[in-house]
Design a protein around this ligand. Sequence first.
Ligand SMILES: [Zn+2]
Length: 64
Amino acid sequence: MPSNAAARSRRCPLCGKPRDETYKPFCSRGCRDRDLNRWFDEGYRVPVDHAPDGGLDGDRFEDE
Ligand SMILES: [Zn+2]
């Protein structure tokens, strides 16, 4: 339970600077745009680092 959670919520989630009322919860238009772009970007990007299931070969050894 961090006691500074309330204080942290007043800050820009991207860079941690004190947020601006105009661009809240961000500190500036730059950070707000950056966040929008991030969401936009993730919408197009397909997650490729999905580990395939069944990768048990490493722990399995044949008993000859
Ligand atoms: Zn910021």
